[in-house]
Ligand binder design. Structure first.
Ligand SMILES: Cc1cc2nc3c(=O)[nH]c(=O)nc-3n(C[C@H](O)[C@H](O)[C@H](O)COP(=O)(O)OP(=O)(O)OC[C@H]3O[C@@H](n4cnc5c(N)ncnc54)[C@H](O)[C@@H]3O)c2cc1C
Length: 439
């Protein structure tokens, strides 16, 4: 039996801990805060669980779906409303996102829904993409670099940037091209970025690109905690690791003293493992305001009959301060049912804002008047999100800092790394999985 320490009880740490215990390791998880889940968190308002962090997962490749099936959660997977998100332009026009697009990159630059957002000049510049040889732009390392080179600045700033910033909290110039698997390959094959997008959308499996778990994403955390408890994994809360080494960690104790915990170490928390320049990576802040609106407000009919799709992404230059709005009760039918007539709206910001600003932004973005006295409940959370770094360190690191943003990427990377890290040797004792199936 191996004594293994997993640092951090976010989704990466919990997933890795489960894989390791199934491989036969004795696992101990050290978590700095007083709860597990990290950026998966929820509040319960009048019996309705509302996600305050991640609210969905990408369905691409079926990986998370398979994982949820293994945890017995397959029948709780919920698809969103089949409607496009909307865009708030710099002029505060509200329009649905172009019909066939990928991260806002259009497949038909001269289509009316693209011209409406980027203007005729911008659309004709984007159409140049069809004439450029495939290799042009393909060596760019970021999504922003490729889009600028092939389709121009208008498509990049007015269409792609709001979508990427709404989803990934970074400008496309900071989003690695590798985070859109297949895009470079299809660009070279199709000799056009627009046709690459079209090809990827045609090849995508039927169904929505994202899904959630009925009851909220913390259901996944609860299921993992139950499994870890069943396998006897200890999670120590309020334990902050200040240094990690392959065979031990240093932990900050009460009153400023430090102590050492020995074991093979897998790090699932940001800010601990450094790259070759000694950097542990910066952070970006996302401030989330969730409004629960009364069932009988004056907006009721307008919001039910003509919602702005699943939500609205906001281009820079708009007077709206929010970067994105998710109309959660429109997006998720199961949540609408549970909310019993109330509307749940969440807005994300780069700076902290007060409730009044969030109310004004929600009114503009949803095209309805939301009176202050119809706000029944407010949840405000500030998230510090680790920026991506490349590390080549003997200490294995998992989590969004190396895997990229999003549960699908983080879970896949955590499973793979845990298996590499914890693979049994020939003379190792049988794993828990083997013991279970033998029993
Ligand atoms: C508002 C918001 C919305 C999002 N929406 C989505 C979405 O809809 N879909 C999606 O796929 N993704 C979404 N994401 C991103 C997704 O939540 C993250 O990519 C994912 O949860 C990251 O998991 P992680 O385990 O890598 O990191 P974290 O969740 O950050 O976990 C790291 C853990 O390590 C702990 N820790 C930190 N330092 C130490 C230390 N020194 N010692 C011990 N423990 C430590 C932390 O307390 C934390 O529990 C969203 C994120 C936010 C903030």
């Amino acid at each position: 039996m191996t004594d293994t320490i997993v640092v951090g009880a976010g989704i990466a740490g919990l997933v890795a801990a489960r894989e390791l215990v199934l491989l036969g390791h004795t696992v101990r998880v050290l978590e700095a805060s007083d709860r597990a889940g990290g950026q998966i968190a929820a509040a319960t308002v009048d019996g309705v669980r509302i996600d305050l962090g991640a609210e969905a997962f990408a369905t691409r490749g079926g990986l998370v779906r398979d994982y949820l099936e293994r945890l017995g959660l397959a029948d709780r997977i919920e698809s969103p409303l089949d409607a496009p998100a909307w865009l708030c332009t710099p002029e505060n026009d509200l329009v649905p996102l172009p019909a066939v697009s990928l991260l806002g990159i259009p497949s038909a630059p001269l289509a009316a829904d693209v011209v409406r957002v980027v203007g005729r000049r911008g659309a004709w510049r984007a159409q140049l993409d069809a004439l450029l040889p495939g290799p042009i732009g393909s060596r760019m390392t970021t999504v922003g670099g490729v889009v600028r080179r092939r389709m121009g600045a208008a498509v990049l700033e007015r269409l792609v940037a709001p979508v990427v910033e709404g989803i990934h909290s970074v400008h496309p110039d900071q989003l690695p091209l590798t985070s859109v698997p297949g895009l470079r390959h299809h660009l070279l094959r199709e000799n056009s970025l627009a046709r690459a997008v079209m090809r990827m959308r045609i090849d995508a499996p039927a169904g929505s690109l994202v899904a959630r778990i009925d009851g909220g994403m913390t259901t996944l955390v609860d299921a993992l905690l139950a499994e870890l408890d069943r396998f006897g994994v200890a999670i120590d809360y309020g334990v902050r690791v200040i240094a990690a080494h392959p065979d031990h960690v240093v932990v900050a104790g009460d009153g400023g003293d430090e102590h050492v915990i020995s074991g093979r170490v897998l790090v699932a928390a940001p800010g601990i493992v450094a790259n070759e320049h000694g950097e542990t990576g910066g952070t970006t802040q996302t401030h989330l305001v969730t409004l629960v609106l009364a069932a009988d407000g004056p907006y009721r009919d307008a919001l039910v009959t003509a919602p702005r799709g699943t939500g609205v992404l906001v281009a820079r230059g708009s007077t709206v301060q929010a970067r994105a709005l998710t109309h959660a009760t429109a997006k998720w039918p199961g949540l609408r049912e549970r909310a019993a007539g109330r509307e749940i709206v969440r807005l994300s910001y780069e700076q902290p804002v007060d409730v009044e600003q969030a109310r004004r932004d929600a009114s503009v973005l949803l095209g309805v008047s939301i009176p202050a006295d119809s706000i029944e409940h407010v949840e405000t959370v500030s998230w510090n999100r680790a920026q991506r770094i490349t590390v080549d360190n003997e200490l294995p690191l998992i989590g969004e800092q190396v895997a990229g943003t999003g549960l699908a990427a983080v879970i896949a990377h955590a499973v793979d790394t845990a298996h590499e890290f914890g693979a049994p040797t020939d003379n190792a004792p049988p794993s828990n999985e083997q013991k279970e199936s033998a029993a």
